[in-house]
Design a protein around this ligand. Structure first.
Ligand code: ACO
Length: 311
């Protein structure tokens, strides 16, 4: 049995915070942020919108897009490092709101690689034949763990949610291969040990450039494919320079890499499903296309998947 994506959805909060807005509160400039990161603005959820609210909105869209009812969901996996509270999980909160009364539910903590961990986990249950429909959401309200006085991190992050409904797909479709990995020895470079995120940007940058390229090539090799077979790359949207390095490793033209970082900043586990949803909505990903999803994050963690698009 093959496991693939049946439908997509996303939610971005309305409030836009531009680089010029940040210039007024921290010692930074639009020029520095744009040239070093590719970010121009980000969305920030106001106090009344919590992580589960964004996850719910994205999930509703994914269900509709896949023509799957809430009662047909067997499992809900929510990748997040910014849950509403330690427990219950965001997955349980949206299980109730969706009315998914037949679904098991749990959150996954793998930071920005969380969504790739989620779809790979989901695919195992589907391939085994045990579950038919699994909702996977990547969602973050990073604004609540960002120190808005720290220019090293305040300029990078944004809030949002992306979701996919996964299920059985036809022959040669769906997840063809994957790679998941971790290196806890690098955990100190990116953590939330106190109230806020702290980061050694240069170390994370080096790790990300190396790992995103290698993982993308590894999943191609595992699927018996080559760079020439790739139609679209959806990298974690953390920094345009990291994304560009991955694109160049795959020797892809600019128009074959998804780029939403300028609008949304780094939304951690939400960034890949948001980008995927935007590309599908824009008609850039077509039936039969080979797409590579690749992410990295705190942990350190990483994950990649080669997917043949379509049902
Ligand atoms: N505005 C102006 N200057 C700044 C800013 C800012 N916002 N931030 C840092 N600087 C300064 C630094 O203080 C430094 O000054 P110095 O030379 O006087 O010491 C200078 O700019 C250069 O700093 P670098 O760290 O060398 O800048 P770099 O080019 O490496 O870019 C960045 C920094 C953007 C953070 C980059 O390292 C990066 O993107 N790293 C990866 C981050 C990432 O992807 N994190 C994932 C987190 S997601 C998660 O899991 C929650």
């Amino acid at each position: 049995m093959n496991a693939g994506i049946l439908g997509v959805g996303k939610y971005l909060p309305e409030k836009v915070v531009t680089n010029f807005d940040l210039e007024k509160t921290v010692d930074t400039s639009d020029e520095w942020i744009r040239t070093r990161t590719g970010i121009e603005e980000r969305r920030i959820a106001d106090g009344s919108i919590d992580t589960s609210d964004m996850a719910y909105e994205a999930a509703v869209q994914a269900l509709k897009d896949a023509s799957v009812t809430a009662e047909e969901i067997d499992l809900i996996l929510v990748a997040t490092v910014t849950p509403d509270k330690a427990f219950p999980s965001v997955a349980c909160i949206i299980q109730d709101r969706l009315g998914a009364r037949n679904a098991a539910a749990m959150d996954i903590s793998a930071a920005c690689a969380g969504f790739t961990y989620g779809i790979v986990t989901a695919s195992q249950f589907i391939k085994s034949g045990d579950y038919r429909h699994i909702l996977v959401v990547g969602v973050e309200k990073l604004s609540k763990i960002t120190d808005w006085n720290d220019r090293n991190t305040a300029v990078l992050f944004g809030d949002g949610a992306g979701a996919v409904m996964m299920g059985e797909v036809g022959e040669d479709k769906g997840i063809l291969s994957f790679e998941l990995g971790s290196d806890g020895s690098g955990g100190k470079h990116l953590e939330k040990a106190t109230e806020f995120i702290t980061m050694n940007g240069r170390e994370v940058f080096k790790f990300a450039v190396r790992q995103m390229g290698e993982s993308s090539l590894n999943v191609l090799k595992k699927a018996g494919l080559t760079k020439e077979d790739v139609n679209f790359l959806i990298p974690h949207q953390a920094n345009i320079r990291i994304m560009e390095a991955s694109r160049q490793r795959l020797e892809l033209p600019v128009e074959k890499m998804s780029k939403v970082i300028h609008k949304y900043g780094n939304t951690s586990s939400a960034s890949i499903p948001i980008a995927l949803c935007e590309e599908v909505e824009a008609g850039k990903i077509k039936d039969g296309d080979l797409i590579i999803l690749v992410g990295f994050g705190a942990g350190l963690t990483w994950g990649a998947a080669a997917i043949r698009w379509g049902k």
